[in-house]
Structure formats: C-alpha cells, structure tokens
Design a protein. Structure first.
Length: 235
C-alpha cells in the first residue's frame, strides 16, 4: 500500500466523518469541515510529503471516531462506562480536553495549520520529550501526546502516576528564549482551556541528569500538585 493511497484514504475518511458528525455532533462536523477545507485541494502525493500534516490528520480521525462512538451511546450511564474503561490520560482527553477543543474557538489553530502545511513545524524539544515519555513509562507512569494539546493547549505531554491524576506538562530548554513571558503565555493558555493545574519544565542541556530530574518532578506533581497551581521548575 503506497503512501499516497494512505493520503487519499485519509481524505475520504475525513469526508465520511463529517457526514457522520453532522447528525451526532454538529460542532465536530464544523471543526472537521474546517480541516477538510485546509487539505481539500492538496493532491495525495503532495500530502504524503508532509508527514506532520498526515500524522495530525490521523490523530484527528482517530479521536473523532472514538468521540462519535461515545456520543452515539444511548445513555449517559453507558457513556460513563466507556470512559471508565479508559486509562486516566485517555479519559481526561476524551471526556474533557477533546470536547473542549471541539466546542471552543481555537485562536491558535489558524496559525499552526499554516505553519504545519508550510513545513515550519518542528519540535525543537522533540527528542527530550520522547526521552521523558519513555522514562515515565519505565517508572510505571503513563503519558498521552496529541498535536492539538501541543499546539493549541501548550501541553507537550499529559502524564499520570500512581494516583491516576493526569497532569499537563510543557518542556522547554532554558537557553532558548526562556523568560517570564513564555511562562506567562503558558499559564494563560492553560487557564483559557480550563486546565486546572500544570507543570512548566525547563531544562539546561548542560546538566547531564536533567531527564531524570524532569521525570521525578513530573511524576511527583502528577500525584500531589494542587488544583489552580501552575508550577515552573528548572533543572
């Protein structure tokens, strides 16, 4: 199966989801229609050359499919049961953040769609975030990662530890343009999405042990950070 076929299938699936959503969740249909207009005139071959756009589309299709299954359940009790079967991070995403994104005006969406399409999208801290995520799993925590969370909600990872309390974390390098402003923008974004607590982790690449430190702080705060707290930590 060639990649351009995959791109075509993704576009077809998107159209199908818009149809399904129009009767189940019109706001989701509107959101997906906006995404569809964004990729509609791009040939499958050209789309294949944009791995981030494809990965984003696949995520949105997965999330929308799951969301429509939940929304189609006949009773609230059955919806609750479906959420209860998820991991804490998935439950937080599907019962709280993803529906917020469906129903909110996402002012950043317009900006990052253009960037992603132009290929300007690069995760400067991608390797570090991956290292943190793997380390969290090794230590029996779990993580969840989404482009929407990253680009619209200033959240690189949603993590959980022993207490199963999801925590949104942002990882950034101190040397980059670290300043109060970046922290302030992050906090404002979280409050805008009504994310109740968050952790802003900045690391110094010169510190050999920083991944371990970030993971310690993240796992601890997932369990113990109080609501309405937006903590910043420098390693």
């Amino acid at each position: 199966m060639g990649h351009s076929l995959q791109a075509k299938e993704i576009k077809d699936k998107l159209k199908l989801l818009i149809e399904q959503a129009s009767s189940i969740d019109p706001n989701l249909a509107r959101r997906l229609d906006e995404i569809n207009r964004w990729v509609k005139n791009i040939k499958p071959g050209s789309l294949t050359a944009k791995p981030f756009v494809l990965a984003f589309l696949l995520e949105v299709i997965t999330d929308s499919t799951i969301w429509l299954v939940i929304k189609s359940l006949p009773s609230e009790a059955e919806q609750k049961l479906k959420f209860a079967q998820m991991t804490p991070n998935e439950r937080y995403w599907y019962s709280y953040l993803f529906p917020r994104w469906i129903n909110a005006t996402d002012s950043k969406f317009y900006v990052w769609k253009k960037k992603m399409m132009a290929g300007d999208f690069n995760q400067v801290d991608g390797d570090i975030i991956r290292a943190v995520a793997q380390n969290i799993v090794r230590r029996e925590g779990s993580f969840w990662q989404r482009y929407i969370a990253d680009l619209s909600m200033a959240t690189d990872l949603i993590i959980s530890s022993h207490q199963n309390k999801p925590l949104c974390i942002q990882v950034t390098s101190v040397g980059e343009e670290f300043n109060r402003q970046k922290y302030q923008d992050w906090q404002n974004t979280l409050q805008l999405w009504e994310i109740e607590r968050g952790l802003f982790l900045s690391y110094n690449p010169g510190n050999g042990n920083f991944v371990n430190q970030l993971v310690n702080v993240a796992l601890y705060n997932s369990d113990y950070l109080a609501n309405s707290k937006y903590l910043s930590f420098y390693s």
